[in-house]
Design a protein around this ligand. Structure first.
Ligand code: FAD
Length: 455
């Protein structure tokens, strides 16, 4: 009988957890020591919403383990071997991290564990995805570069059923002091929904009951609560996509199909990042790095603060600041505005999003940005310059979304909220004038694109 360590990272749950089962199996009647390491390299760049989410999720996991979760702060390369040696544990178990930093860190931790007196192994079981990044390839073994064929091959490959519940005999080790959770940051008025594994399941159940049926049509409407709001739960692994896919399997209709496809986007971007880790920061299409861009100046600041004078864009940026979340349609429109109307490189916007989003995820965020910027996985992308006014009128037809987040426009009725310049009282409550002329900047963006594609 030997104790083992279950080192939790982006898998803050007990259900459908293959790595936890592996830890319990190796312990074989012994105990499992649940561990979380607050890594300054990840905690540092995270904004208040993500930090608060993590602290609450750890509190939920601690409660679920009967108070046994050990929390330490420091570089995992030092902390994990130190805890393992203190416990005399026979093995350390993790869910594989497939991002660039996590892969490097885990290799370094595995080396450090191997160098301890007893040469303890680091065992990686499963990933945060239904299909492990790198597993879906074309017949010749090369990765997919375009979403649709990837998603077909991904669905055809399939995924395992959810893992069994933890064994009833599982005992948590309580040898070490549990340690304090990090202090919650000042959320500055941001309100988070309930956090943790139970909350994730409740949200999912509520969505299955009330949202899935109309998801295919409502998912593009930021004025409605038409999406699942599961992204932060998925980011922290409070629920696994395999669990969601298993529940969807028994349901027919466009809602289930459409939801599966959105999960496939998450898997696709993780796959692209797995094959090309450099694309976390660099252009997937290198020629796009040659385009003329503007340094982030006053326009960028106005964008960050939701003061561009374009109501749909400003509503989105203010939703981000007030909720730590933004609707997907509006993420696309605000991102397009920064890159194509203000000509600022996507990395500046991606960094800002990652700071403020509670679901901030390197693969989905940075490849979502590259896609919008025409620098990523889309086939004929750059000509798609979103019109920030017509997008608003189409997807927020009554202006309700704009009025909810932009109080200076709350007096404008219906879709007038999207065009304050067309109303005599449009600027009566201090709403700013437009920082650019969209028509002019659209032409400018296309001209700049022409310069790099003609070379
Ligand atoms: P739902 O519509 O309910 O979708 C269900 C799940 O599918 C989501 O929770 C998410 O895991 C996945 N998903 C849906 N759309 C996408 C997509 N386009 N790409 C990848 N996965 C998707 N998503 C993040 O999780 N983290 C990010 O940091 C992030 N940054 C983004 C940045 C930009 C510029 C863009 C255009 C998109 C970004 N997305 C990101 C994708 C998407 O906007 C969010 O996943 C979605 O808005 C989350 O809300 P939801 O859970 O209600 O989504």
């Amino acid at each position: 009988m030997a104790d083992t360590v279950m080192w939790f990272r982006r898998d803050l749950r007990l259900a459908d957890h293959p790595a936890l089962l592996a830890a319990a199996s190796q312990a074989d009647g012994g105990r499992v020591a649940p561990l979380f390491v607050v890594d300054p390299a990840l905690w540092g760049p995270a904004g208040p919403s993500r930090r608060a989410w993590l602290v609450r999720s750890l509190a939920a996991l601690r409660a679920a383990t009967g108070g046994a979760l050990v929390v330490r702060e420091g570089d995992p390369v030092d902390v994990v071997p130190a805890v393992t040696v203190q416990l005399g544990a026979a093995g350390v178990h993790v869910t594989a991290d497939t991002g660039p930093y996590g892969r490097r860190r885990d290799d370094a931790v595995a080396d450090a564990l191997a160098a301890t007196g007893d040469g303890v192994p680091l065992t990686r079981t499963g990933t945060p995805y239904a299909v492990g990044p790198g597993s879906v390839t074309k017949a010749d073994g090369t990765p997919y570069a375009v979403f649709t064929p990837f998603s077909r091959a991904w669905a055809a490959r399939g995924w395992p059923a959810p893992a069994a519940a933890p064994p009833s005999g599982l005992r948590w080790a309580r040898t070490l002091a549990a340690g304090d959770l990090p202090d919650e940051p000042d959320l500055g008025g941001v309100t988070l929904p309930p956090v943790g594994e139970d909350a994730a399941h409740e949200r999912w159940q509520a969505f299955l009951d009330d949202g899935l049926q109309d998801y295919a049509s409502d998912r593009d409407r930021p004025d409605r609560a038409g999406t699942s709001a599961l992204s932060a739960h998925l980011k922290y692994g409070e629920i696994h996509p395999r669990t969601l896919l298993a529940d969807l399997a028994g349901r027919r209709g466009t809602g289930a199909e459409s939801y599966r496809s959105e999960l496939a986007w998450r898997e696709f971007y993780a796959d692209v990042l797995w094959h090309q880790p450099r694309t976390a920061r660099e252009y997937l299409k290198p020629q796009m790095a040659e385009m003329r861009y503007a340094a982030p100046g006053e326009g960028f600041e106005a964008w960050c603060e939701g003061r561009t004078g374009f109501p749909f864009v400003d509503a989105g940026m203010r939703q981000l600041l007030s909720e730590g979340w933004m609707h997907n349609r509006v993420r696309m429109v605000t991102a397009s505005f920064l890159v194509k109307d203000l000509h600022v490189e996507w990395q500046h916007g991606a960094r800002y999003f990652l700071r403020w989003l509670r679901d901030g995820d390197l693969a989905s965020n940075n490849h979502g940005w590259q896609w919008v910027a025409g620098a990523g996985t889309d086939a004929a992308p750059y000509f798609r310059v979103f019109n920030p006014v017509t997008q608003g009128e189409k997807f927020d037809p009554d202006g309700a979304y704009v009025r909810r987040y932009v109080p200076e426009l709350a007096h404008l009725e219906g879709r007038t909220a999207h065009q304050p310049w067309a109303h005599p009282e449009g600027y009566a409550h201090g709403y700013p004038e437009r920082v650019v002329d969209h028509k002019v900047e659209r032409e400018e963006a296309l001209a700049r694109y022409g310069e790099v594609t003609r070379r």
